[in-house]
Design a protein around this ligand. Sequence first.
Ligand SMILES: [Zn+2]
Length: 392
Amino acid sequence: MPEPDKISEFSPSELARYSRHILLPEVGSAGQLKLKKARVLIVGAGGLGSPAALYLTAAGVGTIGIIDDDAVDLSNLQRQVIYTASDVGQLKANSAAARMSALNSETQIIALPEKITAANARQIIGAYDIVIDGTDNFSTRYLVNDACVMLGKPYIYGAIFRFEGQVSFFNPTAGCYRCLFPKAPPAETIPNCAEGGVLGVLPGIIGMLQATEAIKWILGIGDLLIGRLLLYNSLPMTFDELKIGRDKSCALCGDNPTIKALVEENIVCASQYSDKELTSTSTSTSTSNTISARELSQLLSHDNAPLLLDVRRGDEYILGNLPDSVLIPVDELEMRLDVLDKDKDIVVYCKSGARSRRAEEILLAAGFKNVRHLTGGIMSWAQEVDPSVGVR
Ligand SMILES: [Zn+2]
């Protein structure tokens, strides 16, 4: 039942507009008031930001900031549904804000047609309760993540690549984006959106999941994706989940942080996705050969088991590794190829799959023929085969 004391906070038109929320016992007028008082920042008004902005506006979030310095391009309309053909050439932040205001004049929309930088990030993010990451490049994502940790703001991560996407909720005390991806993969291994392509509906799905998390956090209902990385693949239509957590060695939120101030990392190649090999079902069209944790565990029980090559750092290896595996950190691999038998089947693994993919490319380039890498890395092994294996 709506709470009479909170009902008075809304105009008759607001009550009518939000009636389907207010009817939900988990929301009610008290929850709707929380939404009205909430301030959400959407960084990036692209594929992820479009649906998040529209749904948060429709839901009655009181204040929404939307920051993007880009202009609408015709090729954006395939997925960035907040824009119409007449917006092409206009600044995204302004066009998006106009569309949002037209949808719900009760919501205060703050258009920020500028780039988020190390100089302005604290001031901009500091004015909001929570941040939705709709960025399409590593530099901005690290910057926004860092600012959120420093300011103690929750940060909802989302990323897409071709047919796949991932979402997580980073609460500053429970780990951050850098815990999951300490470094951006090498620029040459990450195609950008224009090169890689993306299924138009995909950012819609991921952006709406981010908006759902924001609404749940504001209302204080349900279970957030804290400590969980949700992996979506539209082709087999699967949702998988990886357990993630705070990394004590994280340069930002670890026990001995080395990042103390905001910096803009100049990562040249932009990608909508951070680690596509993290997904348990690869739909990549590259020549990369993958093996799942379950397949690998079956293979290891046979006589002609493959050689397991761990390409993480030594400190990661010590905490937990696969039986009979050989450690050669990926950065040393090219120098130490002579210790590996070119005729042997090799399965490479790392924490989540990014470094092993690089290692696989190094091995293939050096003439190794039978190389595969473990999809999802030792994290998926811990989840699917042996939970006792230590993963940091
Ligand atoms: Zn961290």
